[in-house]
Design a protein around this ligand. Structure first.
Ligand code: ZN
Ligand code: ZN
Length: 58
């Protein structure tokens, strides 16, 4: 196992469910801006399909 190359953590934007490398803070600029503006509780605008699915699960 080479776990060091696959370590991930949740995106630091509270409204985002993306898994990202631990060396990064946000999955993309949209999440960085949303977090800096404290725009939590609304739909995440990062555009990642895996993240959007979290908001539409039933
Ligand atoms: Zn997201
Ligand atoms: Zn994100």
């Amino acid at each position: 196992m080479n776990e060091q190359s696959t370590l991930t953590k949740p995106c630091d934007h509270d409204g985002c469910g993306c898994q990202i490398p631990i060396s990064r803070d946000y999955c993309n600029e949209a999440c960085r801006m949303a977090a800096e503006e404290q725009n939590v509780g609304s739909t995440c605008e990062c555009g990642h399909a895996a993240c959007q699915q979290l908001h539409h699960h039933h």
